[in-house]
Design a protein around this ligand. Structure first.
Ligand SMILES: [Zn+2]
Length: 433
């Protein structure tokens, strides 16, 4: 693939500074040059490089989604998600993976799969070029207990192999389960520490013993795997800090002690609250029988309020909060993920700058890639978006595919910018060597 020379672009480099006009050169899969210029000025063409005249478009790092479920198939329940046969299910995941890239998410962190190997197979297929998708970390199924969140078996159909989650009881079953997923090649073990009211188990209820959780973490670490937890209750959040569970999903009910613990270990953890799930379950799920009256009774409105307060407190304390809202349910369809950034601004009190950084600068370490992604800087991997408009002025434009003019992952265009002559303000010219 030829080198690509973006000229006349407004560069948001991921470092927290205001954007500047400039040029970006991509050689192979890396950013090799970033130059500041005045508006309309440009550096001389680079021999052999494809020139993209951005006409002032906003150039930013590809975004990182911290709580992704490719295998959630936009259904209204865990049981309905699980019922899709494996053959259709893997095709679904492949289609959804492409959709994330389409919407500017060049990296995604798997937060559980609906069948044991879906995430691993998709990650491998993306990596070897069989299918198109973002960089991906593959997760296990949700590990749960009999009767816990994710145990969808029926009393008359008790076979655990057909459950939505991986059902274990006791430390030795946990150990066996972690080893099985390590054998399959997951990057992350997902453990459901607390409940989820829609499934009948309240969010503040916790389902594992400390011994079981400890075994999960110990065994995962022995295999070099990360642990991520569904942790809504304050007890669950504290267990994550005490036992070294790096990724904390939801964290709705964080009391003072939990906040203190998180702050004291702020660079050991990532928090992805999944606000989209709470907001849309409370207010936009009536079509599926979950009217506001129903979800209020379930406790979701109280939880949403608690979650907003917890996130505001975490933001003030400098705890890393990342986007990823449990997209893939009927009322949180895949592809609408950039709503999370708007929620961060509206509810958590982030500036648009902080919201953008939550999807870029924090994304590298979340992907275990350090500062290789999430920045427009020399030496970084070329995951680049070209945006029509200014997300710092209006963060919602990132929800609009038409405004995402180009998506580059690893130095290659997933979607090249529109050609010169089209109505959009961007054009492409090929310079002779
Ligand atoms: Zn989730």
């Amino acid at each position: 693939m030829a080198d690509v020379h973006f000229t006349n672009v407004r560069i948001f480099d991921g470092g927290g500074e205001m954007p500047f006009m400039g040029d970006v050169l991509v050689a192979g899969n890396r950013i090799t040059r970033v130059v500041k210029t005045g508006f309309g000025q440009r550096t001389p063409p680079v021999a052999g490089a494809t020139v993209i005249d951005g006409a002032g478009a906003f150039l930013m790092p590809g975004m990182v989604e911290a709580h992704t479920h490719f295998s959630w198939n936009d259904q209204p329940s865990l049981d309905a998600i699980q019922r899709m046969p494996p053959e259709e299910h893997i095709l679904w995941c492949a289609e959804v993976a492409k959709r994330y890239l389409d919407m500017g998410w060049t990296s995604c962190v798997g937060a559980a799969a609906a069948k044991p190997r879906l995430d691993v197979v998709i990650r491998n297929a993306i990596n070897d070029g069989t299918i198109v998708g973002p960089r991906y970390l593959a997760a296990s199924q949700e590990i749960t207990v009999p009767g816990g969140l994710g145990d969808t078996t029926q009393p008359h159909l008790p076979q655990p192999e057909f459950a939505f989650g991986a059902v274990v009881s006791g430390a030795e079953e946990m150990r066996r389960c972690v080893r099985m997923f390590a054998k399959y090649g997951v990057d992350t073990l997902k453990i459901n520490l607390s409940g989820e009211s829609i499934t009948g188990m309240p969010s503040e209820m916790s389902q594992f013993t400390e011994a079981e959780i400890r075994t999960c973490v110990e065994e995962a670490k022995a295999w070099g795997k990360r642990v991520a937890a569904h942790a809504r209750s304050t007890w669950a959040i504290k267990q994550c800090v005490h036992l070294g569970i790096e990724v904390i999903y939801h964290a709705s009910f964080a009391d003072e002690e939990a906040l203190d613990l998180l702050e004291a270990h702020k660079f050991d953890h990532f928090v992805a609250p999944g606000l989209a799930w709470l907001i849309n379950t409370c207010h936009h799920a009536s079509q599926w029988g979950l009217t506001p009256e129903v979800t209020k009774k379930m406790g979701y409105h109280r939880e949403l309020e608690a979650a907003i307060q917890s996130m505001q407190a975490m933001r003030r304390r400098g705890i890393r909060i990342l986007p990823g809202g449990d997209y893939g349910f009927a009322w949180t369809p895949h592809g609408t993920n950039a709503k999370d950034l708007d929620y961060f601004v509206k509810y958590v009190g982030m500036s648009t700058m902080e919201a953008l950084l939550s999807a870029t600068a924090w994304g590298g370490p979340m992907m275990k890639m350090g500062k290789q992604i999430g920045y427009i800087r020399e030496g970084c991997l070329a995951d680049i978006l070209l945006i029509d408009g200014d997300p710092l002025a209006d963060i919602t434009i990132l929800q609009d595919k038409a405004r995402i003019l180009a998506v580059m992952k690893d130095g290659e265009f997933h979607r090249a910018p529109p050609q010169r002559g089209a109505r959009q303000p961007v054009s492409t010219t090929r310079w002779a060597a």
